[in-house]
Write a protein that binds this ligand. Sequence first.
Ligand code: ADP
Ligand code: MG
Length: 681
Amino acid sequence: MVKSERADATAASGPQRAMARLGLTRDIDLALHLPLRYEDETRIDRLADGREGETLQVEATVADCRVETRARRQLVARLTDDEGESLVLRFIHFYPSQQKQLAAGKRVRVRGELRGGFLGREMVHPVVKPAEAPLPTTLTPVYPTSAQLPQAYLRKAIASALVRAPLAEVLPPGTVPAGLPTLRDAVTFLHQPPPGTALATLDDRSHPAWQRLKFDELLAQQLSQQMSQRERAKLKAPVLRAPRGGLHEQLLAALPFALTQAQRRVADEIAADLAAGTPMHRLLQGDVGSGKTIVAALAATIAIDAGWQCALMAPTEILAEQHFRKLVQVLTPLGVQVAWLTGSRKGKGRKEQLAAVESGAAGLVIGTHAVIQGDVVFAKLGLAIVDEQHRFGVAQRLALRDKLEQSAIEPHLLMMSATPIPRTLAMTYYADLAVSTIDELPPGRTPVVTKLFADDKRDTVIARIRDEVAQGKQVYWVCPLVEGSEAVELRDATATHEELTAALPGRMVGLLHGRMNGGEKAAVMSLFTDGTMPLLVATTVIEVGVDVPNASLMVIEHAERFGLAQLHQLRGRVGRGAVASVCVLLYTPPLSPTAKDRLRAMSETTDGFEIARRDLAIRGPGEFMGARQSGDALLRFADLQDTGMIERAREAAARLLTEQPQAAAAQVERWLASRADYLKA
Ligand code: ADP
Ligand code: MG
């Protein structure tokens, strides 16, 4: 007795650990662990009607059962049903108890896949129960599980948790859309649907029980977003206003061009936020080349004029350096000290820069995120600007928030992105973010023409490069992306660099790749920027933000390996000046269907918003989010296609927060207790 009890205890701890690993610790977690699919064990099927490959549940009497050893040792039972049809059961692995269960004369209920064997109908390793066992009254759930957690164990655990789980309604009447069941009824239904339930409505999640869960989940998420928005509204931020005749006006006057109408509109939206006294939390989106940098610079001057510092963060050193060069050019004449912090600049130079930031002498501080979020101490940080925000996941947003929240007065935050967020995504994951959109390109741009070439046309492309270069224009050649192998990427880039150097005698051909240190990269970039170097061979390190208006041709090798957003970013490196530009996508057939879709999208449109829509359509919201959020699937039940439901949840959340804050808190606690942190990001 004692011995078997101990055996039970260790056996139970395995599945329990496996449950914990799946996040199934509380009753509510188990209650919300929904079936993948269902099996109908409520009916007894006719053996005579069964077709090969079908899963059947039949009742029959054992005619004979024995262990056979011919080919392989196995237990073979022959059964006959009431209509005289016969069925053979075969077990390669079996226990003595199964032999007993299948003794001749016993009447059993078996469930398994029907096969047409050598000796007629067969089932291999079917589930066998005594025929007297009561038939279940509901469909049988099949749960997602892991190897260490048997389905039967999980079923039992969930069934008992379901009884105990705190599923009482916390929402006041009128909150949930009409026609949806209570939460307890919805959850119970999804675990134990009655026979005859239309399984298609459970599969596609359109059943009212599913709708109820989606609504609750979205409501909790909207609540948490709106709560953090309200929290933020209580925080204090410096009031930043551009004084008459100040830096802001001087910068505007010094610009060699007039702002587009869209730039003026978003600059005004940002200025209004900066003057409001609560922290700005705004996303500035605009297609590549739409002129976000100058809008950022204008915001910076407002902060500096008011006696505060501004930090501008870029995802790469190349981009940080480019910002530095450009902004120094326009801001130094106005008397603003600009500090530049890079990972590669060490020693005395870096110390001086850090000191200028710490003393407040530097009004604008430019660097990569890594550097600025590291050990930098600001005298008076009033505005943080994050460029190319789409390159960062939730974790980085969180890290930045922690860094910014160190002082009593919060800095304003402006994020910039060339990859627009689709509307439903913005409503769910970025609900607490104000969005400004630049929907217009500066005048005089000729849209980039995109051409597709199979890679056997490489020579034609190289001839084209010679022509461009002969006319004094500049060319990018982007080397293939090699997923997971920087070494192979580098080897390919080096080989291409040699090939092109040989093909363009007497011309300087540069090479830029991720293994170079910051100083080396900067040296190559500056030769390209000042026009000395007509052709630059690069890996995707040049993907974001690089601005050389004289570049008129971009060749992307193995374009089929790149994602749509990435191709669009790369293409955005040309067509930045008045010259007509071309982007050549070299591909290697055969193309997969999705690669074909991507390349077609690239050749059909240059509109970043349209590209984002197509990207979402090609990849689906799951993957689109995946790339963005580094795999944190934050919605379990609802998805971004549930636009109507998202809208309703948003309205309900606003009402609930104002009228019944306690119910709102209970709803968030139930659904998001363990992920509150992520949702605030
Ligand atoms: P992005 O939005 O991709 O960051 P940039 O800020 O780098 O774009 O601007 C792209 C180019 O357009 C730059 O060379 C910039 O000087 C120029 N530019 C920005 N605004 C205007 C404008 N209103 N008129 C003409 N050129 C502009
Ligand atoms: Mg930019």
